[in-house]
Design a protein around this ligand. Structure first.
Ligand SMILES: [Zn+2]
Length: 170
């Protein structure tokens, strides 16, 4: 998990990159350390060199809007690995994806109709709507709108804590 937050030249987060790419950008002078130089604690140690946990581009870059891929992993991350019916947390392999409005009745494959669901709840609900099955959803499923904030959920607190300042500022 040696990841670096990349900011544009106006201090807005634009990407999360691997430490190797970060090092290339730093060495080519295309990016600089975004945090204070004496903030050693936030640096990532690779062998005997230190890499900043946040770097900032030294040039202007127009960043295209990035859409979050609609896939199983991202749905589970959005729902925090919690079954949206019984509210219990599960390991990823113990979770299924449930169509809130059943697929057999042409419920669509969209963020707003798919939730993480444990096998037991999925069996219980079967081909019914939550109302018909008398099962209540914890919350309405939604399409996550901030790609980077969402991606951050996949990284441990120990890395992300140095990134948060830049999200609040943007
Ligand atoms: Zn469940």
């Amino acid at each position: 998990m040696k990841k670096v937050l990349l900011l544009d030249s106006h201090n807005h987060p634009i990407n999360i990159c691997g430490w190797k790419r970060a090092m290339v950008l730093l060495m080519k002078g295309k990016a600089v350390n975004a945090r204070r130089l004496n903030d050693i604690e936030s640096m990532i140690q690779i062998d005997n060199i230190l890499i900043p946990s946040v770097i900032k581009l030294t040039y202007e870059l127009a960043v295209p809007y990035k859409e979050l891929p609609f896939c199983r992993e991202n749905i589970l991350v959005r729902d925090e690995f919690i079954c949206q019916y019984c509210g219990e947390k599960f390991a990823p392999e113990e979770l299924t994806l449930d169509h809130v409005y059943p697929k057999s009745r042409l419920g669509p494959d969209i963020w707003e109709n798919i939730v993480a669901c444990c096998k037991e709840c999925n069996q219980k609900k079967a081909d019914r709507t939550p109302k018909e099955a008398k099962m209540k959803l914890l919350r309405r499923p939604y399409r996550p709108n901030d790609y980077l904030k969402f991606e951050m959920k996949k990284y441990p607190e120990s890395i992300v804590k140095y990134w948060l300042d830049y999200f609040e500022a943007s």
